[in-house]
Write a protein that binds this ligand. Sequence first.
Ligand code: PLP
Length: 399
Amino acid sequence: MDAEEIKALDEKYVVHTYARAPFVLERGEGVRLYDTTGKAYLDFVSGIAVNALGHGHPAVRQAIAEQMEKLMHVSNLYHTIPQARLAQMLVESCFADKVYFCNSGAESVEAAIKFARKWARTQGFAEKVEFIAFSGGFHGRTMGALALTPREHYQDPFRPLMPGAKIATFNDLASVEALMDEKTCAVIVEPLQGEGGVYPADPDFLKGLRALCDRNRSLLIFDEVQCGLGRTGTLWAHQFYGVTPDLMTVAKPLGGGLPIGATLMTQAVADCISPGDHGSTFAANPVICAAAQAVLKTISDPAFLEHVRWAGSYLSEGLSDLQAKYPGIREIRGRGLIWGLALDMPAAPVIQAGYELGILTLNAGPQVLRLLPPLVVQRAEIDEALEKLDGAFARATQR
Ligand SMILES: Cc1ncc(COP(=O)(O)O)c(C=O)c1O
């Protein structure tokens, strides 16, 4: 089947929740993807921050292959070795004492919402049922997460939403203070906003949130679904800030491309959760947990994280040179290997020109071009990407 036939099948049979690129991807290797015509693309999207180790990483492939031979799925009614080991690795990597497993980012947020509510009720704070989230925040499209994702386009067709969601202004503590009261169960924030336009939190903002939550006896939830697991140059994005949450949501890169989510929490929260409170049939099956162990082990190596920081600063220097050449790039924001280029024009034509030149990029809002290369990206590949981006801006600004 050629690309046109596959696109026709897609058009006929798949519900259109995505506006798709005009080619069909068939194969991936390292930081490159290949379409059905054999054309190569430098992958500066990484499955939207999923393929942190690129495509076909040997450690991930080996872990999956070995585990598939032994056991692929059993219910969460039973213990398995890969799940127990992954839980230990995750907990030992951060502030948390316990982890709940699920299948995606949105599910990890739903779990955090439920666990925060259960914590409040167990503490005797029956009135604490509300959540504070932020302008520009993105937490997923399921009903609870959607209420905490304040964008009309996402929310409007699906009202009524979960009640009790209040929206404060990102990086503005006073706006949180104005909304916080005895009903506030938890505050949820991305330490670096991804979908909303690539905005890092100010250090004083996260520290201030911690203090406000402590004073109000509310929980603090960090959503690290996009910014976690090495993306910003530290294993967890919040480790850059020296502030810890009560709950943290994780997903995207954890399974090396297989679906897994995790909600990490302190003992105080975990103590409130009982069998039956929440659950998932597929969550953290043995194959995915074997893959996730390989991912976590690779990314947590200090030398790997050092590479991410180096590659990030090398890329950002190149992006500054690009900005000097194209004044339509108004601002460059990011850290590690997540960058947003705020443009004075729509990002779509640049993305389109990138497709023609063999580089995949994406947007974060209509006028922000977002770059999410695999964390294993090397100097020569960054040079190549910068050259292609230069070409893409030249084409897009001429059109
Ligand atoms: C910060 C954040 N939270 C939650 C989600 C939802 O994750 P998923 O698409 O796996 O449900 C996303 C997805 O982009 C995200 O960026």
